[in-house]
Ligand binder design. Sequence first.
Ligand SMILES: Cc1cc2nc3c(=O)[nH]c(=O)nc-3n(C[C@H](O)[C@H](O)[C@H](O)COP(=O)(O)OP(=O)(O)OC[C@H]3O[C@@H](n4cnc5c(N)ncnc54)[C@H](O)[C@@H]3O)c2cc1C
Length: 487
Amino acid sequence: MPAQPERPEHRDVIIVGAGLSGIGAACHLREHCPDKTFTIVEGRDAIGGTWDLFRYPGIRSDSDMYTLGYSFKPWKEQKAIADGPSILAYVRETSRERGIDAAVRFGHRVERASWSTEEGRWTVEVALASGDVTRLTCSFLLVCAGYYDYAQGYTPDLPGIERFTGRVVHPQLWTDDIAYAGKRVVVIGSGATAVTLVPELAKDAAHVVMLQRSPTYVVSLPAQDAIANWLRERLSPGLAYDLVRWKNVLRSMAFFEFARRRPELAKKRLVELVRQHLGAGYEVEKHFTPRYNPWDQRICLVPDGDLFDAIRSGKASVVTDQIDTFTERGVRLRSGAELEADLIVTATGLKLKFLGGMELSVDGQRIEPSRTMNYKGVMFSDVPNLAGIFGYTNASWTLKADLTSEYVCRLIRHMTATGTARCTPRRSDPTLQEEPFIDFSSGYVQRGLSHFPKQGSKRPWRLHQNYALDILTLRYGAVDDGTMEFR
Ligand SMILES: Cc1cc2nc3c(=O)[nH]c(=O)nc-3n(C[C@H](O)[C@H](O)[C@H](O)COP(=O)(O)OP(=O)(O)OC[C@H]3O[C@@H](n4cnc5c(N)ncnc54)[C@H](O)[C@@H]3O)c2cc1C
């Protein structure tokens, strides 16, 4: 370990993570708190997070870029459902244009952070790529570390997989040398990654099977937003962007509300739309009619019905069954059927990870995240001067990320104006009930939820998953609201 300076370098704010959220947060800070110093510490050696990590064929957004883009930087490409490299270029361009690049320290993985009330600051312990450890201090810690484990995805128990003689890959670990042209591919899974991969692999593979235990709701949307492209030709980019953003926000909020209030009707409509794509002879009940209600899990989006086209063309097919065992040549199913394969892709999901796996302590006491309660979707009960960015589960991540950054800037400005150094959400209402952080039934959510904070049964501890309500709370609501303690 190199000799540590007497006092570690200090910043007003340390941002953890240089993904979409971390770069966005830095832009907000620069604009709204220009007198505050900040540094971004990033564990990897690149900007972009998710959009740099995932390299599987066809990687793309599954929400539109008018809402996945930042509020302050119009998305100007023709395609609303964008490919991964375009999203990465957009995040990097934002960082470059606003001079954020220079504030990023790469190869800096935060392992723990400890708050000292006496010193009024966080000490952040950082593992360097070299293996050394260094420390930085800050007055406010803003964690933009995403929500999943970067080291590996989730792979369930795959009985007999060691017998399979072909290649097995998890999409999170996809590399360029994985050949699939002319090969028989089985993609295990039915989530956003599986429905993205299947049509893309089907372009060159001999055949692709999407093997799912149970179906997911899949909805097709045009890759290009005709209204957006029309408006952009007639209005300034900023105005066109704002209008389309609101159009899409309202559309998705309306559908979410409809699905929650009238689940049977929403289910019928979604399944009907699939039938229109695949034709009356296709077994839509078996392969595209989930047992759960719409929005009990995230709905998968396919641009221009590409998945349905691949199925109709015969290049791809869906099998709904359970794995009995893997064999030398592929997968044997519970039904007795066998799928032969040269390549198996385990699109079986992510492993959730809270605050990038950082260990937290306050005045020497270790903080167990699951014992804390999330305040306004931003901070945590009894943890001072620390915010985390988490996007929506039912809408684009960035809508909430932008609002969270705006709120953190308001909070910091409020503390400067009132001469206070510490803000801590305190849980004083004895009638407050604990509820899960995310109310999704998806496997990856249920597996990881026990390590996440709780949400509360009422404001300001309740997560609304509603952009309009969050605007009222985070952009206009009082910062000093009686629950946040300032010292
Ligand atoms: C394949 C895929 C597709 C997606 N598509 C969409 C979509 O279409 N729409 C949508 O709304 N959401 C989507 N999401 C969710 C997506 O993760 C967010 O949209 C967004 O990219 C999150 O940005 P982020 O910066 O918060 O987190 P990330 O992109 O995960 O970036 C986090 C960064 O923090 C760094 N980091 C983590 N821990 C530490 C640590 N301890 N120390 C230092 N650095 C650390 C990481 O290295 C990374 O660079 C998708 C997710 C995946 C996996």
